[in-house]
Design a protein around this ligand. Structure first.
Ligand code: GRG
Length: 308
């Protein structure tokens, strides 16, 4: 029987070099993203879109989409437009999250936030333009994929970012502000929607483009929901333990605003343990793929070991 332990031994045996892999994939994504937006009249909006889209970041979402597409039998080329669209959606959510009406932050990815540079009105519009362009980009740039799969990707993306996904999570998060009696159930709802839904979309869209059927998509869904929640637990821990320089954004905000987080409920060590359990469960879902799963398994472990 293949167990998570065995899988991890397999990764070690194959000497999978995650940092080289991430470096190469990040570079590919940066090149592709750079080509997505041209600056034309009215220049200011295109510049504002490019400012945040090309501001760096780990590019975890596009990398997950590409890796899943490859693992399930597709290739990078068919997935790159969707990978770029996912990063556009993620970037728009960061721009809007940083606005004074939301989380009110001055720094993101080590730079001033979009509204600090372009003003609130343009930042809102830059987010809107990135969100709508993401859908246009998938529809117009995806090649060599049956139209029905592209349609499914578009539909899935819409669901993941709307009221049933990111927006819904953000609403409950806003409602929870200043309350100290937030239950674990509510906290899980917030982060399953705010954070895990988009990570899940990255993985599922990669699979859909490659032609995954229902059973495989359900397996991918379980993998991604687990890494999604683990990602947020680690994010909460890093808010306490990392510096502003490491994070590229204001550190210690959760403590300052007395926000209920996983470490505030469980403590840091127990939170780390729970994140690791989720990662182990996620990796167990990838048993059938054997060596082909190396990138997704290594990325899952990176989620708990990351420093930003
Ligand atoms: C999507 C229509 C629509 C509206 C957005 C503002 C909002 C509604 C939702 C907030 C979503 C949000 C900001 C969730 C936090 C997710 C998270 C942990 C982000 C940090 O991701 P990293 O660490 O960042 O991958 P980098 O910079 O590396 O890409």
């Amino acid at each position: 029987m293949v167990t998570t332990d065995n899988l991890q031994k397999t990764i070690r045996k194959s000497k999978f070099d995650l940092s080289a892999y991430l470096k190469e994939r990040k570079q590919l994504c940066e090149q592709a993203l750079d080509k997505t937006i041209e600056v034309v009249y009215p220049e200011k909006i295109y510049e504002a879109m490019r400012y945040s889209l090309l501001a760096g970041g780990k590019r975890l979402r596009p990398i997950l989409c590409l890796a899943t597409c490859e693992m399930t039998g597709g290739n990078i080329d068919i997935a790159m437009p969707t990978a770029c669209a996912l990063e556009m959606i993620h970037t728009m959510s960061l721009i809007h999250d940083d606005l004074p009406a939301m989380d009110n932050d001055d720094y993101r990815r080590g730079k001033l936030t979009n509204h600090k540079v372009y003003g609130e009105n343009i930042a809102i519009l830059a987010g809107d333009a990135l969100l709508t362009y993401a859908f246009e980009y998938v529809a117009s740039k995806t090649q060599n994929v049956p139209a029905a799969r592209i349609l499914r990707v578009i539909s899935h993306l819409g669901k993941a970012v709307g009221a049933a996904g990111l927006v819904g999570g953000q609403v409950v998060d806003l409602d929870s502000e200043g309350k100290s009696d937030i239950s674990l159930e509510t906290l899980n709802f917030i982060h399953n929607h705010k954070t895990a839904a988009l990570l899940e979309a990255c993985v599922l869209c990669g699979g859909i483009l490659a032609g995954s059927e229902e059973e495989e998509l359900q397996r991918l869904s379980r993998y991604s929901q687990n890494i999604g929640l683990a990602f947020q637990i680690i994010d909460d821990i890093l808010d306490i333990t990392a510096t502003q320089e490491e994070l590229g954004k204001t550190a210690g905000k959760d403590l300052e605003s007395q926000k209920v987080t996983y470490p505030s409920l469980w403590g840091i060590e127990e939170s780390r343990k729970k994140a690791q359990e989720l990662i182990d469960q996620a990796c167990a879902e990838l048993e059938p793929y054997q060596e082909k799963a190396n990138p997704l398994i290594a990325i899952a472990h990176y989620i708990t070991s990351r420093k930003n």
